[in-house]
Structures are given as structure tokens and as C-alpha cells.
Design a protein around this ligand. Sequence first.
Ligand SMILES: [Ca+2]
Ligand SMILES: [Ca+2]
Ligand SMILES: [Ca+2]
Ligand SMILES: [Ca+2]
Length: 243
Amino acid sequence: MKMGQILQGLIIGIVFVLGGSIQAASIYLNNPGFEVSEPLVGDRPTTEHNWQGDNAELVGAQNGISPLSGSKMLRFINSGTVPGDGNGAEQWQLISLNPILSLVQTGNVEVSVSTFFNRIAGDAQTDTSFLVCLSAYNGLLSDFPQKWKSAELNGLSIGSLMSDSNANTWESAQATLLLPTNATYIAIMIGAVENIQNDLVNPEFDGHYADAVVFEYSVIPEPSALFLVLVGLFILRKKRFNL
Ligand SMILES: [Ca+2]
Ligand SMILES: [Ca+2]
Ligand SMILES: [Ca+2]
Ligand SMILES: [Ca+2]
């Protein structure tokens, strides 16, 4: 095999492997740092690229806590649109997989989300738990509220953390999910949990915040493409050292 052919093989393999990152801009999380005002409170969302869910607000520094990114952060207020017996304050964002559907169908697409959380020190009744949830669905975005309610999901990954009482530190939780081949959209949820005391009236959460969400997807290389690159590198190395 001539050097030109080896290089050609290498380039083909590398372009294939990098295919995912070339298209990475096509699906994205909107307002990941909570810097832009948007309506947050309502039912679970039925359209992509907007945060929506339980009562929450975008705030600047308060309660001795400063945003981790930019000048604003998300504050969780209630476990529903109003206070009640629910124990989880959730904000959701949907992302359609339509722009990368053919990649998803290969079964090699992995998605991940990480979020930072922080809270005030509070007292013995202050809740401490936060979570991030990544779920995958087959169908239309408009079906999401019903699908979540009836647990008709095709993939699920949850990351959780117990926060410390230091208002100066932000703690991070992550979730990663290898997408099922029939997934057509995903839902990202970040939340605070009343794990210490489920209040029925305000305040349900004493001062609980999220900021700097990062969403990424990557394409796990096909074995054949990786093989091509490795073979090319091996031949190249052999030739150089005349093994
Ligand atoms: Ca921010
Ligand atoms: Ca902290
Ligand atoms: Ca409650
Ligand atoms: Ca509580």
C-alpha cells in the first residue's frame, strides 16, 4: 500500500469519526445559563428550546449566593405551579432529535447533561437534594406531558446529589444516556427535592438554585471506522520505523 493510500484511508476514517462533532451545533439546549428572561411556569413543555415547569424565577445574586455563570441563576420556588404536597420542583426543556435522526438510528449517539446546584445553609428543615434527569421518547413533542405521566419513555438516566451547606460552593450532578435507535426527542429535567421536609405552603424551598447547565452529544465511533484509523496508523508506524 502506498503512503498516499494510507493517508487517504486515515483521512476517510478520521472524517467519519469526527462526523458527530461536525454536526454538534444542530441540536442544542437553549438558555443554559438562565441569563435570558423567559416564561418558566406552566405545564410540562410541548415545544423545544424553552424552560418550563414548576414555579421558579430567574434571579441575580441573593441570599449570599452568586450566579455561577453570568449575572443570573434559576431559583426553585415550589413543587408545582403553586405550593402543595408535591415534593419536587422541576424545570424541563425538550430537544428534538430530528436534525440528527439518521445518526440516532445507528444506536451510537450518547447524550449527557450536567448542572450545578447550590443552596443557602438554612436550618435542620432545609432540603438538601437536587437532581438532573435525561429521558428519551419516540413520538411528537406535543405528546410529552402525557408520555411522562404514563411513563412511556424509551430511555432514562438520573443523576442526583446531596448539597452541602456552604453557599460559596456549587455542586454538580450529571446524567448520560445512550439513545435508543427509535428516539425522536429527549427531555432534560433539573430539579430540587424536598427530601427533608415536604411543606404544603410557602416556603417549600428556603433558597435553592441551579446554573450553568451543559448539554452535549457525541457519536461513538463505528468499530469499522475506528479500525480503519488504527490500521492506517499501524501501517504508517511500521513504515516509518521499517518494522
Ligand atoms: Ca447564569
Ligand atoms: Ca454549596
Ligand atoms: Ca411540598
Ligand atoms: Ca421543604
